[in-house]
Design a protein. Structure first.
Length: 180
């Protein structure tokens, strides 16, 4: 089987990261890599298997129109509260309202900026400090998959005042994210 240069580079990168992790672990150093788990079900927080993992971060994605959908908002609230109860912080990641490939309606940048501000304020009251501008922006299930300009504008809208105080990425998140 032939290996292209990109695949070879990826394999080398994975080996280097794993080697660095093993080296840091054996020397007692703390790694800068943060690992979390993405699941849309709060039931995982009560599982003994989950507790054995000692996971401290999770990702929950919300539809971009969550502030207009009481049921979705309550579902997300219950998830965040269950995570906090289990000692787990949540990255709230904005996503499409329709997960079928190429079916989602592109959100205007103006509407996105308005809604992301409301999303951040709502979830910040629940203790959330990590927010993703758009979940898997390059995936065909997302309306941004072939509109990189909108994905960039969404990220800029997510880090714009007044709803953000600081902007640092959450390493390893599947999309652009900010910490407030």
């Amino acid at each position: 089987m032939k290996c292209g240069p990109l695949l070879r580079a990826l394999v080398v990168l994975v080996v280097l990261v794993c080697g660095a992790e093993a080296s840091a672990a054996s020397s007692g150093e703390v790694s800068p890599i943060r690992v979390g788990i993405g699941d849309q079900s709060a039931a995982m927080f009560t599982s003994p298997l989950f507790h054995q993992l000692h996971i401290k971060r999770t990702r929950y994605f919300v539809p971009s129109n969550i502030m207009h959908d009481r049921e979705e908002r309550l579902k997300a609230r219950r998830f965040v509260q269950a995570a906090r109860g289990a000692g787990v912080s949540t990255l709230v990641h904005v996503s499409t309202t329709d997960l079928r490939a190429e079916r989602g309606r592109l959100v205007s940048v103006r509407d996105y900026r308005r809604d992301i501000g409301r999303i951040v304020m709502y979830f910040r009251e629940l203790g959330v400090t990590d927010f993703g501008a758009w979940n898997e922006a390059n995936h065909r299930s997302q309306e941004t998959w072939n509109r990189i300009g909108h994905a960039v504008s969404y990220f800029r809208g997510a880090i714009a005042p007044p709803h953000t105080a600081a902007t640092t990425a959450w390493p390893g998140a599947a999309g652009a994210s900010v910490r407030t």
